[in-house]
Design a protein around this ligand. Structure first.
Ligand code: ATP
Length: 672
């Protein structure tokens, strides 16, 4: 047995010429697409939006066929998380096709991407649109379901309902192809009943005509519920006439449940029954019936007795129809319940808030819930200062709508737009700097990368170290934080160690001679992985006399050697303390441990991160001013956040620290 093919699918238009109605929308889309033939247009993406079944998806595919473009489509049945979007649409958007033609990326039901599972999806789309080399079409029923950022980036093309008179020839053609003789009246009736939705008109035609050789108008009326009633038609019946029976018939033919219908009537009743003389009597009577209908709906829910729906329907439909004391002529554009829109907005606002909270949480190593309850207000407050607002927006990588939300503003004011733009510039600068740093581009070495010194190639950092040693430039605080997640305000960063504290009694200048740490000695070649062996890093070897620049040569700096065994706090803390060399000091002398982690952290044991740096004490106790300067110059490369994080924290006993780190990790994992 073969399954019947849906006619709507079978007769899907193949070219733009076959699209019924919406001429202007189709033309606008074609004009935009043609711009891609001669370069990249200002708007790299379009949003086709409008009601269901009017040909948006068909138009996008027909366009690609007309222009002989490849198509990559992500529709609602695909999993559309940020990762998937970036992987599929992102890579399709950033690559050229094999033969130089274009590739059309179609994202169907783009307004349905919001939601917990898809958090981040909208941001991913916005990012792809900004830099795409290929045309992108987003398809949505509700354009407001897309974020303002996406809407700002795209050209919007609105599709309207297909007029019934335009549908008639299309339906006739289907009848001919199926060799069914359909009367004009029958086709017209189907077209009128479809409410502008050509897909449902074709479905209705299929439902009534299948198995027949002829189709007359009587066949349609006997097919009853097969021809869907349209909510707008039902509204007209209810509000414009007092014929209770007819109004009920139409209401029963609707796809809406009485629970939805009551919202439609509630929304439109005060508009329809508004009178110029200010008489509110009809509105009052109408709402009286509605409230009684609502009581029945409540009982249906409570008792799960759906037979009571009929009383509710009777009250809301007939009650509203008969509550008018006079006719209300004139055209009224019936609106869908605003409550639904509000509920949708509340949901997307909640999603937005949670999204920001998780960014803030991530940034502060806190759970999303904690940051939602305790940190969002603080951040909103900090946004009042324009400079910190720019920095926060860049650090948290906030989207415009997130910035708007966090600032408590209702819309994108000029000031917020400026803050957002400056943050984007900041991010771009940071990205360019990172791109230009070979240090980060070099693949992280695997445990046995002895023969692959390129794994630790630090050409740029070497150049930087040399540059800094010449001029001892203080790196731009922004740059030094490029790779960190901490903000500049409220936290102590390594580069901010005061001379008073560095001259304290624990000054390590005797043992850790600044001379040994001069940038010449800390050149990248000296910090190569081979030099970081466990033997060299044992506490006795970390004594100043043992710590010559020779020891810091790359052969001895292998990540494998940074295991918990070699850097156990119990074993080494005493020795380290003895010589006044705190593990934080190592962040100055070995800034490239970032390198050990950067690209291939999985190759490092967990314990390395936790234990190697867990019992750090504030750096200022153990370094001299010269050392801190050298540290600064070396730290022009971003350092791993755990290190800076420790530097911010108050002193903790060595024996307690590992426990604390563990519980923090557990909490974070649990909470996220
Ligand atoms: N304007 C149209 N011209 C020709 N056929 C149409 C048109 N609109 C809808 N159809 C028919 O309806 C089917 C569904 O259309 P399509 O998927 O393009 O609608 P849509 O607007 O994208 O709907 P949705 O928003 O539900 O995805 C098509 O296969 C086609 O048979």
């Amino acid at each position: 047995m073969t399954l019947a093919i849906e006619w709507a699918e079978k007769y899907r238009p193949q070219t733009l010429k076959e699209i019924v109605g919406n001429r202007k929308a189709v033309q606008d889309l074609r004009t935009w697409a043609e711009k891609w033939l001669s370069g990249i247009p200002e708007r790299r993406a379009v949003i086709l939006h409008g009601p269901a079944g009017v040909g948006k998806t068909s138009t996008a595919h027909a366009l690609a066929r007309d222009l002989d473009w490849e198509v990559i489509e992500l529709n609602a049945s695909d999993q559309r998380t940020a990762g998937v979007i970036e992987k599929i649409a992102g890579s399709a958007a950033s690559m050229n096709t094999l033969f130089g033609g274009k590739r059309l990326i179609i994202l169907d039901e783009a307004d349905n991407i919001h939601g917990t599972a898809d958090r981040g999806g909208m941001r991913a789309i916005a990012g792809i649109i900004k830099s795409t080399l290929q045309p992108i079409v987003l398809i949505a029923n509700d354009v407001y379901g897309l974020t303002p950022t996406i809407r700002n980036l795209c050209m919007e093309i609105k599709f309207g309902s297909v007029q019934s008179r335009s549908m008639v020839p299309a339906l006739k053609k289907v009848c001919e192809s199926e060799e069914i003789s359909c009367s004009m009246d029958a086709v017209q009736q189907i077209a009128e009943g479809a409410g502008g939705d050509l897909r449902s008109a074709i479905n209705d035609l299929q439902a009534t005509a299948t198995g027949r050789k002829t189709l007359e108008v009587e066949d349609i009326s006997t097919s009853g519920r097969d021809v869907k009633e349209n909510i707008f038609k039902a509204m007209q019946r209810i509000f414009k006439s007092t014929d209770c029976k007819k109004a009920l018939e139409v209401a029963r033919g609707l796809d809406e449940s009485p629970e939805d219908l009551v919202h439609w009537i509630d929304e439109n009743l005060p508009v329809q029954y508004a009178s110029k003389d200010g008489n509110l009597e009809d509105i009052k009577t109408g709402f009286g019936y509605l409230s009684r209908a609502d009581l029945y709906l409540g009982r249906v829910k409570k008792r799960q007795n759906y037979r009571m729906w009929r009383y509710a329907s009777m009250l809301m439909v007939c009650g509203t129809a008969v509550s008018k004391t006079r006719p209300y002529p004139g055209f009224i554009k019936y609106q869908p319940p605003s409550l639904w829109k509000k509920m949708g907005q509340i949901r997307s606002k909640r999603d937005l808030r949670d999204n920001i909270a998780s960014k803030v949480g991530e940034h502060n190593f806190e759970s999303m819930r904690y940051s939602r309850n305790n940190l969002l207000d603080l951040y909103s407050h900090m946004l009042k200062n324009e400079e910190s607002a720019v920095e926060i927006t860049a650090d948290l990588k906030l989207e415009l709508e997130e910035l708007i939300y966090l600032s408590g503003s209702a819309k994108a004011s000029k000031k917020l737009q400026k803050i957002y733009d400056r943050a984007q510039e900041l991010l771009l600068e940071g990205k360019e700097e990172a791109d230009g740093t070979e240090f980060f581009r070099a693949p992280a070495p695997s445990g046995n990368s002895k023969e692959d010194p390129s794994g630790f190639s630090v050409k740029t950092s070497k150049e930087k170290a040399e540059k800094h040693s010449e001029g001892l430039e203080v790196p731009d605080s922004r740059t030094s934080q490029g790779g960190q997640k901490t903000l500049n305000f409220g936290f102590v960063v390594l580069s901010e160690i005061s001379p008073e504290t560095t001259n304290s009694e624990n000054d390590a200048s005797d043992t850790f001679k600044p001379d040994n740490l001069k940038s010449e000695n800390l050149k990248s070649e000296n910090l190569k992985s081979e030099n970081l062996t466990s033997d060299n890093l044992k506490s006795e070897n970390l004594k100043s006399e043992n710590l010559t620049s020779e020891d810091l040569k790359s052969e001895n700096l292998k990540p494998d050697n940074f295991t918990s065994d070699t850097l156990m706090p119990e074993q080494d803390q005493a020795g380290i303390d003895e010589i006044g060399l705190k593990s934080d000091s190592l962040t100055f002398s070995l800034p490239e441990h970032d390198n050990l982690k950067a690209k291939n952290s999985s190759s490092l044991p967990e314990t390395f991160e936790k234990e190697a740096f867990s019992d750090s004490e504030p750096t200022e106790n153990s370094i001299s001013p010269e050392l801190s300067r050298v540290g600064k110059s070396i730290n022009s490369e971003p350092i791993i956040k755990k290190v800076s994080d420790k530097a911010e924290k108050p002193e903790v006993k060595a024996s307690e620290t590992p426990k604390k780190v563990e519980s923090k990790t557990q909490k974070t994992l649990f909470d996220f």
